[in-house]
Design a protein around this ligand. Structure first.
Ligand code: IDP
Length: 137
């Protein structure tokens, strides 16, 4: 069963120059790129994307960070795309992410963990609509 997931190479990933590396890992896994764009998020889009974290103490920091520079938004498609990319990304906290994962290989701090990947089909649909409304449902 093919599905789609919304992936962000966050501003720290762009700053560190690992966009190519992340995209290569996505492609090497066998996922297909459906959309890809470099853009800088405004506060409103950032707050919408992270709406589920609105009440968390780090929300302000998270929005500052994600709007602080260009990021790469992309949609990847394939069987189990959501779980497959979460596997490539590794644990949210990079010090707990295993070697060979994106966060395990390129990050140290939870606030700067290089990538975002949708965590469920519902989140994927919601997030894809925010970043690429032209893709439809
Ligand atoms: P996920 O990105 O692995 O799905 P979530 O729990 O949805 O993890 O958190 C969203 C993002 O919020 C994380 O990727 C991370 O960058 C940031 N974050 C999570 N917990 C903390 C924290 O305790 N301090 C700062 N940032 C955090």
């Amino acid at each position: 069963m093919s599905e789609r997931t919304l992936i962000l190479v966050k501003p720290d990933g762009v700053r560190k120059g690992v966009v190519g590396e992340v995209v290569a890992r996505i492609e090497r896994k066998g996922l297909k790129l459906v959309a890809l764009e470099l853009r800088t998020l405004g506060r409103e889009v950032a707050e919408e994307h992270y709406a589920e974290h609105r009440e968390r103490p780090f929300f302000g920091e998270l929005v500052e960070f994600i709007t602080g520079g260009p990021l790469v938004a992309l949609v990847a498609e394939g069987p189990h795309a959501i779980k497959a990319f979460r596997g490539l990304a590794g644990a949210t906290n990079p010090v707990e992410a295993g070697p060979g994962t994106i966060r395990g290989d390129f990050a140290l701090e939870i606030g700067e963990n290089i990538v975002h990947g949708s965590d469920s089909p519902e989140s994927a649909a919601r997030e894809i609509k925010i970043f690429f409304p032209e893709l439809g449902a």
